[in-house]
Design a protein around this ligand. Structure first.
Ligand SMILES: [Ca+2]
Ligand SMILES: [Ca+2]
Length: 189
């Protein structure tokens, strides 16, 4: 006997169980087994984090959390400016990545779940809007950005970040763009 209803909600049921079954005759036996776990509480809340709290547009964001005991599945949702943009559904991974992120305020909600319920945590991060001229994506336009544009215009650097480097919108990065960025840094644009 492995079950007696008179035991009610006795928490001694908690634990890992294995069921082994074999069919036997005088020539031998063959069998199979299965395993299940009985829990008496929802898993503890994992702590979800990102590798930074501030990103440039187009970045890759890694979201991760600690594994918790007695979890059956994790579920994550990501909201950008209040709108859900990612829904993991049920999974057992403890991280995921968002690629090519767009500007906005992001909130990540995570829960660990089992048949007794779920517990979760959240974190937030910002993807900064594109700043024209901020070629190195550090949030401000400085003389370094102008120098980067100049070197791109002279063919000394491959053109990256065209969206912010091409100040006059002609589809190329030239000395003119470098001059426009330089004037921005001097407040004479
Ligand atoms: Ca910059
Ligand atoms: Ca240009």
């Amino acid at each position: 006997m492995i079950y007696d209803s008179s035991l009610g909600n006795n928490t001694s049921f908690e634990g890992a169980y294995w069921i082994n079954l074999s069919a036997n005759n005088p020539a031998g036996g063959n069998g199979s087994s299965c395993e299940f776990v009985v829990v008496d509480a929802a898993p503890e809340a994992p702590v979800v984090t990102t590798d930074s709290t501030s990103y440039a547009v187009g970045s890759t964001v890694t979201v991760s959390w600690n594994a918790v005991e007695n979890n059956q599945f994790y579920w994550t949702n990501v909201y950008r400016n209040g709108e859900m943009i990612y829904d993991s559904s049920m999974g057992n991974d403890t991280s995921f990545t968002l690629t090519n992120v767009q500007a906005g305020n992001y909130v990540v909600l995570l829960s660990a779940n089992n048949p007794m319920g779920g517990n979760g945590s959240s974190c937030s991060f910002i993807v900064n809007a594109v700043t024209p001229g901020d070629i190195d994506s550090n949030g401000t336009v400085t003389i370094l950005d102008a120098l980067l544009a100049l070197r791109m215009g002279m063919g000394m650097l491959p053109v990256a970040n065209l969206e912010v480097a091409d100040m006059n919108g002609d589809g190329a990065v030239t000395v003119i763009d470098a001059l426009m960025i330089m004037r921005l840094t001097m407040g004479t644009a």
